[in-house]
Design a protein. Sequence first.
Length: 406
Amino acid sequence: MKTTLAELAILGGPPAFVEPLHVGRPNIGDRTRFLERVGEMLDRRWLTNDGPFVKEFEGRVAALLGVRHCVATCNGTLALELAIRGLGLRGEVIVPSFTFVATAHALQWHGIRPVFADVDPRTHTLDPEQAERAVTPQTSAILGVHVWGRPCAVDALTAIAKAHRLRLVFDSAHAFACSYQGTLLGRFGDAEILSFHATKFFHTVEGGAVVTNDEDLAQRARLMRNFGFAGYDTVLTLGINGKMNEMCAAMGLTNLEQLDDIISTNLRNYTHYRRGLANVPGVSLVTYDPRERCNYQYIVLEVDEGRAGLERDDLLEVLRAENVLARRYFYPGVHRMEPYRTLYPQPALPGTQWLAARVLSLPTGASISPDDINALCGIIALAVTHAAEVRATVQRRRTAMGHPAD
Ligand code: T4K
C-alpha cells in the first residue's frame, strides 16, 4: 500500500501492479464443465446453425428474465441491428450520446439517423424530457440505454413512445440480470438487446441476444439471423449471418451456472471500492439502488475537479502509471465522434459533456482481489491528498510528450 507521494509511479516509484489491471478482464467460469461441453459439441459434430447448446442457452436466458423469446446472436451489435430491422425502424431514432458507439452505429449502418438527446447527469441515462423534445415527424423510435445496468426511466419513456406512436427499444448491453422496479430488465419496450461480449460480467466470448415478448418480432429476428432461410431452399426475407455458435453457447451455459457467484464477487468489489473511496474528496463512486437487482459489473467514478484538485484525466494518468488501465467510458460522447460530428449538426448536450469529462471506469470482476482494490483506492486517495504536486507532474509529462492538453 503506497503511503507517500514519492511512491507514486507518476513521480518515479515502481508501478503498484506488475501485471496490468483491466476494466474488461473476462470472468472465466468452470473450465472443466466448459471443456466437457466442448467435447460434447465435437462428438456431436454440430458446431453452429441453431445447435442444441444455442437452443438450451436461449431457453435458459428467456426463463431467467421471464421473457417469451430470446434470439441469441453473434454479438450485441448484431442483436441491435436485428431489432432495428425487425421493427421496421427508419428515418430518425432518438438515442443518448452517453453510450458505447455501437448503439448509434447500429442505426447509422441501416441508414437511420441517430438523433442524440441529452442524459440526466444524475442517472447517466436518457432524460425523458429531452427525448420528447427531439421527436420530429421523421422519428420512428426511441432507443434507451440502461447505462452501467442502472435502468432508464422506463415508465416515462414508455409513455412518450405511446403518445407519439413510436417504437421503444432498450439497449440492455450492460443490464443482464438487473431490474427495474423489481422486474428484471428484458421484457420492456418492443424489445431489449443484450451483449454477452467477453468484457461483460457474463459472457459467451462474443454474443448477444434480442429478447422480446413480441412473437412476430422474434420470428423475424430468427429468420434474419440466418439469411432469411425458412427451410433448405426457401428464403423468405433479406437476412444476414447473425448466429451464435455452439462454442459460444457452451461458454454461456457454463457461465450461467455461476451467475450468482460472479455477481457476489462484483458486489464484494463494489463494497470495497465504496469503503476505500468514502473519504476521498471530489471522487465519488456511482452507486446502485439497493432495492433493485444489479450485476455491479461497472465501477464508475465521477471526479469533481473543484473538490479533488485533479481532473479526471490527471487521475487517469496516475492510474495508468501504476498499471491500472482505467477507461473513460463514454468519452467524448458519441455525438462528438465520427461520422456523426461531420454528418449532422450536433446539439449542445450539456449533461453528456459534463459526465464525459468526469467519469472513469475502474477494474473489477473475478481477476481483481480486495487487496488490489485497497491498493488502488490508496493510490487515488494519495493523489488527491497531494493534488497540486500530482497535477504539476502530470502537466510536465504531457508537455514533455508533446501533448499539453488531451
Ligand atoms: N451497447 C452498449 C451500451 C455497449 O456497451 C456495447 C458494448 C454494445 C452495445 C455492443 O455490444 P457487442 O457488439 O460488443 O456485444 C468493450 C467491449 O468490446 C464492448 O463489447 C463493450 N460494449 C464496451 C463497453 O467495452 P472496448 O473497445 O473498450 O474494448 P477493448 O478491446 O478496449 O477492451 C476493454 C478492456 O478489456 C481492455 O483493457 C482489454 C481487456 N480485455 C478485453 C478482452 C476482449 C481483456 O483483458 N481480455 C479480453 O478478452 O469495448
